[in-house]
Ligand binder design. Structure first.
Ligand code: PLP
Length: 395
């Protein structure tokens, strides 16, 4: 706590991180229950219902494997189940998370061919197409993309990427990280012919961290039979021999009770409404930041309006002002938790998460704390940002 802050922070902390996110009370209550044997028929019903609902949210009728582990675990499971040492992947640069996925692939002995992109503007689909056209021998086994780059607040239009792969008739698998887009942005695994979808529990799915999963197409399952990278806990073939056709070890039963409830909440709201709500709340945040940007203030990091993320907004601080200092003021003076800048954006960017269990008042609370922190820290900014968001939400 800083010297100027109150010793005690009363009230509930406003949590505006882009994952983990706020967990609805009914999800917390669902998790808070006595242990039950994971073979017990009562639990098996919950397990099966969770798989079925998650498949509906993913938009797939194909395969789904779940793991105890965060999103990194699902990345590792997906790569090792689909590829063999020396295989080439075409990785689309988007920011910290595409870099991280590339580091993991390289650690497994995969060749990583990057399609470079400006982190503020995003990749040109034509550049992806050109890389695939140049690959006349079809050495590229998989095109890997982060649907929504949580570090920069930018998404990539998956149907356009799918169309680019189809246009050049490239047989590569299409692998997508949907960790910060699922249940926040439109996502359709089967319609967009995605072969491997990586997801996690702690963002749009409104659950605690620690469960992750891969949705797999029939082409993906065929590739799995040829894939030789080492795996055991994550091996889909081994999983399919287990009673629940997933989970090689103990099943995290309480997490399942939580996820089943979270999926019930999402389906009760209706996925189209969930997506629309995310767009609406994100638009309020962007209107606010665009006002702050006046007077050489903080601005949207993403400079490509067609690709603004509806689940997270990254805000670039003016030159000479430290984003970490601002986050400290928000956290220790106003009890609002914001996301920090990742890797090369550390100190330059702060991030406002607006995904999951959120409404206008919660968003406004976070924006107000940021605006107060800007004033308190002497960061130049245009006045009236929160007012602009209020006007939008009241219209
Ligand atoms: N991919 C994206 C887009 C993410 O936002 C994150 C985490 O924030 C990850 C991957 C890594 O997931 P985890 O932190 O759950 O391991």
């Amino acid at each position: 706590m800083s010297a100027t802050s109150p010793k005690v922070l009363r009230g509930r902390q406003f949590f505006a991180n882009p994952g983990p996110t706020n967990i609805p009370d009914s999800v917390l209550r669902a998790i808070d229950r006595p242990t039950i044997d994971f073979h017990d028929p009562d639990f098996v019903e919950v397990y099966d219902a969770t798989f079925a609902a998650l498949k509906r949210v993913l938009g797939t009728e194909h395969h789904l494997f779940m793991y105890s582990g965060s999103g990194h675990a699902a990345w590792e499971a997906t790569l090792t189940n689909l590829l063999s040492q020396g295989d080439t992947i075409l990785l689309i640069e988007s920011g910290h998370f595409s870099d991280e996925w590339g580091r993991m692939a390289a650690a497994h002995g995969l060749e990583v061919q990057m399609v470079p992109a400006d982190w503020r503007h995003g990749v040109e689909i034509a550049a992806v197409k050109a890389a695939l056209v140049a690959d006349t021998k079809h050495a590229i086994r998989a095109v890997c993309v982060v649907h929504n780059e949580t570090a920069t607040g930018m998404f990539i239009p998956l149907p356009e990427l799918r169309a680019a792969i189809d246009a050049v008739r490239h047989p590569a698998l299409f692998l997508v990280d949907t960790i910060s887009s699922l249940a926040s942005l439109e996502f359709r695994m089967d319609d967009w012919k995605i072969d491997g979808v990586v997801g996690g529990s702690q963002k749009g799915l409104m659950c605690p961290t620690g469960m992750s999963f891969t949705g797999v197409s029939e082409r993906g399952m065929a590739a799995n039979k040829q894939a030789k990278l080492g795996r055991y806990y994550f091996d889909w073939t081994v999983m399919l021999k287990r009673p629940g056709k997933s989970f090689i070890g103990t099943v995290p039963v309480n997490a399942f009770y939580g996820m089943r409830e979270a999926l019930r909440l999402l389906e009760q709201e209706g996925m189209e409404n969930v997506i629309a709500r995310h767009h609406y709340l994100a638009e309020g945040v962007r209107r606010c930041v665009n006002v702050w940007a006046g007077n050489n203030g903080p601005q949207l990091f993403c400079t490509n309006p067609g690709r603004y993320s509806d689940s997270v907004t990254a805000v670039l601080m003016p030159e000479g002002h430290d984003a970490e200092e601002l986050r400290r003021t928000a956290r220790y003076r106003y009890n609002v938790s914001l996301g920090g800048g990742l890797s090369r954006l550390h100190g330059r960017v702060f991030r406002i998460g607006h995904m999951g269990d959120l409404n206008e008042a919660m968003v406004l609370g976070a924006l107000t704390a940021v605006e107060m922190s800007l004033r308190r820290n002497g960061v130049p900014h245009g006045k009236g940002g929160v007012e602009a968001a209020m006007a939008y939400f009241a219209s």
